[in-house]
Structure formats: structure tokens, C-alpha cells
Design a protein around this ligand. Structure first.
Ligand SMILES: [Zn+2]
Length: 284
């Protein structure tokens, strides 16, 4: 069989291009891959969920792929929701009382949805301000940014748990909630010598089954009583104003791990201290 010169060049070009693509994929270190624009937390580029749990596609079983930004953030005032009806319905009523506030004269800053590519910078800011916060880390993100979890623990911050993949747990059966809970917790606990004792359900969405699962793990459920909607603005000064306008004795403030919040934090911390409140981590 004869090939024209032109067709040989075409074939060689195809081979070359295909070869390059195959060789490039596995050598991208996860740390660099995680900094790519595809990992951007910009809610406008949030990919389509692939299941009713809002779980976003991951590359097979790769533990180093952070979940893309959750389909939403913590918002509003959380309240208990009805359980999902299933055959094996749990009839036990949980006695767990979620924590919405801290003590008199105290304020707790809580930061959800990390670790992310921004957490290193966030930890630097917190150190400069000489403050400890309570993180609620997502299991899948902890696996993707293990160094940030280790550093948060080392720096003395309180590390709480925020599910594996950030689903609406109140829309899941008891068994599905338990699976979700276990899979992410296993990723997180290996970084902390101390047991993880605080859990915040994504979106503050919980029901009796969520409380039962939390209780079985000997953990407290932590919600919030101040939502400054930090994710809704890219203007740090608006974030500062929003927090300081609402803050009061006993506030648990829900915030998120992203750039405008990090930029706002120094003024938020100074403002809270100026009002005479003591900044604390959520007790357990
Ligand atoms: Zn969250």
C-alpha cells in the first residue's frame, strides 16, 4: 500500500498530537491541577450535579480531586426538616440539641467548605490577627489539600466536619446519610490526633436522621445564628459591614473559605474586638 507524502505527514501529526495529550494528563501534579481555573469556586461556573445528592463528578476514585464549589452555600436560619420516608425508617427520636450560639460576651467565627486553594492564605491572615476559628472541612477537600488541614490543626484551630461531598442531607435516607458521613469523616480524622467532635450539615439542612447519625459518632451538631452572606459579595468592605452590623453576644457567624472573606477578615476581627466581644472557637 502506498501513502502519499501528504497523508504520511497527516498521520504523523495525528500521532504526535494524540501522544502529547496522553502523556500530559498523568504528569500534572494534583497541587497544580487544583489551581487550574476548573477548580474555581466561582458559583457561575459550577458544573451540573450528576446525582440528586448534588455530588459533582470526580475522576473515578481519585482522592486528590477537590469537589468543585458546592451547589450553594450555607444560608439563612437552619431548622429541622422531616425525614425522608423509606421502608427501614428510623423510629428513634434523637435527643441531640444543635448548637446555635456560644456563651455570653463571646463570638465564634466559623469557616465552611474548605480546605481550598485559598486556605493557606487564610491561615496566614488568622495567625497575623492572633485568632483561632472553627473550620468545617469537607472530606473530599481535606483529601485534596491535606497540608492545609495539617496546618490548621497545628495552628490550634478547631477542626469540625462538614460532610464528604456537601449534599442536602435532609433529602437523603438514613442509610445514605450514614454512608456520606462515614466516607468523609474517614478522610478527615487521619489529620487530627484529637477526635473530630463537631459536625455542621451542609446548608444547615438536617432532620432527625441527621441528628441520629451525628449522635452515633459522638459528635455535636453546630449551626449558626449569624449569616452575613459573605459569598454574595466580592467587595470585602461590604462583608465587613454585614458582619459587624449583625454581630452580638453569643454569635456563631457562618462564613466561607474564599478570597473576599479572607480580605475582609482582618477588619471583621478588629471590629468584633472593638465591640468588646471575646473571639472563641466553638466549644465541645
Ligand atoms: Zn457548606
Amino acid at each position: 500500500m502506498k501513502f502519499s507524502r501528504c497523508s504520511i505527514i497527516t498521520m504523523l501529526t495525528i500521532l504526535l498530537l494524540t501522544g502529547c495529550e496522553q502523556a500530559a494528563t498523568p504528569v500534572v501534579p494534583s497541587a497544580i491541577a487544583s489551581l487550574s481555573p476548573s477548580a474555581s469556586p466561582d458559583p457561575t461556573v459550577a458544573p451540573k450535579p450528576v446525582s440528586d445528592t448534588g455530588v459533582l463528578p470526580t475522576n473515578n476514585t481519585s482522592a486528590s480531586t477537590p469537589i468543585k464549589e458546592p451547589v450553594g452555600f450555607e444560608i439563612g436560619s437552619p431548622k429541622e426538616e422531616p425525614v425522608v420516608s423509606v421502608e427501614k425508617k428510623q423510629t428513634k427520636k434523637s435527643a441531640l440539641k444543635p448548637i446555635y450560639s456560644v456563651g455570653k460576651g463571646q463570638v465564634a467565627i466559623t469557616i465552611d467548605d474548605g480546605p481550598t486553594k485559598y486556605t493557606e492564605e487564610l491561615l496566614k491572615v488568622l495567625k497575623e490577627q492572633n485568632i483561632h476559628v472553627t473550620f468545617f472541612f469537607i472530606g473530599q477537600n481535606a483529601a485534596a489539600f491535606p497540608q492545609s488541614v495539617t496546618e490548621a490543626v497545628y495552628e490550634g484551630h478547631e477542626v469540625g466536619y462538614h460532610s464528604d461531598t456537601h449534599p442536602h442531607m435532609s433529602q437523603m435516607t438514613y442509610d445514605a446519610q450514614e454512608n456520606e458521613f462515614n466516607s468523609g469523616l474517614n478522610k478527615l480524622i487521619k489529620f487530627d490526633k484529637h477526635p473530630v467532635t463537631l459536625f455542621r450539615p451542609p446548608y444547615g439542612a438536617y432532620n432527625n436522621d441527621t441528628k441520629l447519625v451525628t449522635e452515633e459518632h459522638h459528635m455535636q451538631m453546630v449551626l449558626w445564628n449569624e449569616d452575613p452572606k459573605d459569598w454574595a459579595t466580592t467587595d470585602p468592605s461590604k462583608g465587613v459591614k454585614s458582619v459587624l452590623a449583625q454581630v452580638q453576644s453569643g454569635s456563631i457567624i457562618v462564613m466561607h473559605d474564599h478570597p473576599s472573606t479572607i480580605a475582609a477578615l482582618p477588619d471583621i476581627i478588629k471590629g468584633i474586638r472593638k465591640k468588646g466581644y471575646t473571639l472563641v472557637t466553638v466549644p465541645h
